[in-house]
Design a protein. Sequence first.
Length: 426
Amino acid sequence: MSSSAASLKILISAYACEPLKGSEPGVGWNMALAVARHHDVWVLTRANNRKVIEAALPHDSRVLRFVYYDLPATVRWWKRAPGGVQLYYYLWQLGAYFVARRLHRRLHFDIVHHVTFGKYWVPSFLALLPVPFIWGPVGGGESTPPGFRASLSRRGRIAEVLREMARSVAERDPFVRLTARRSGIALAKTPETAARLMALGAHRVRILSEAGLWPKEVVPSSPCLTDAAHPQRFVSAGQLRDLKGFHLGIRAFAAAGLSDAEYWIIGDGPSRRYLQTLATSLGVAERVRFWGWLTRDETLRRIRESQVLIHPTLHDSGGWVCLEAMAAGRPVICLDLGGPATQVPLHAGVRVPARDPEQVVGDLARAMRRLADDTTLRSSMGRAARAHSRAFLWEYKTLLLDALYREIAHGSRDAPNPSRQIVSAR
């Protein structure tokens, strides 16, 4: 805990919170650990997270405590219905408010911070507490560029329409607008979400990636081997859905004409069969390997066994895999959209403009050939990527969060000004 200033009492709302996980559960857990380095922290989370949390939580922890809450068992089956998770989560937020209100009456929190889920178009009822409120980082303001929608499958186009409709309706929810207006600071994962938060009435919006790393996750030395035993290998990872853009990656890989190269795709989802058929039709099926779902450790190992990460997602708030690849010293080729565009600097990878599918496929293919042919450039970008990934260390983010908390709790005159630090990592 910081010895230079008194610690604050922080209540963190983290519906998703699990150790040793990526994505939202990892954000909830790691954010709690990070904040507890400086402050007394209470985390309000789901009761079904209790077993794994208590197995990982130090028994002598005096500054990190968990409070568990769930809706009655009679309504938990809703989560199994289509769209049921969203309804359950909304109602959980409402119930969590009453739990938090009782806690505040007893403990008198200095700050309330909503962390997960990180979606801007669902309210956090904890904003109603008479306590300074921080919202985020939240995302979800990104959209598939109009020129790419015709390239999606029928299922993908329907999903995009439904998402746009749901988001439009949710933005009219008075509690969503109230959450935005009552936030002392709203943290957005991307500029696209920042614009939507301001439109909802948030007064102070800053951009901060949700993604973070611990020092042990930044691989000190992981050479990009390319020889007879280690062929040129590109890798992508994520759920196999249209919006992830893997169809663009496969088309670009085929167009690149790298006859000895391989393309590994880690993950699974409704687009897998289509992607396999696409690879076959393009004559690259023998060199495109679908791994299915792997554990996080296995995924990181496969990334280290590759030379370049391809991340052609059409809208993504986070882009965790980009950060993990950079931490392994791997250059990233991504679209100049959303979260990945804020994480990948031009000296550590290639950001491809997204005007239309044919242009993207051509630019991706050229970037693949360039990094495959120029080992010096690839190595230079890999070193830069690893160095840049250190800017996302949780230890560094604790300082950013500490500055934010003190700014909002005590006023900017008594707190470090983080305005130069809490910016897009672009």
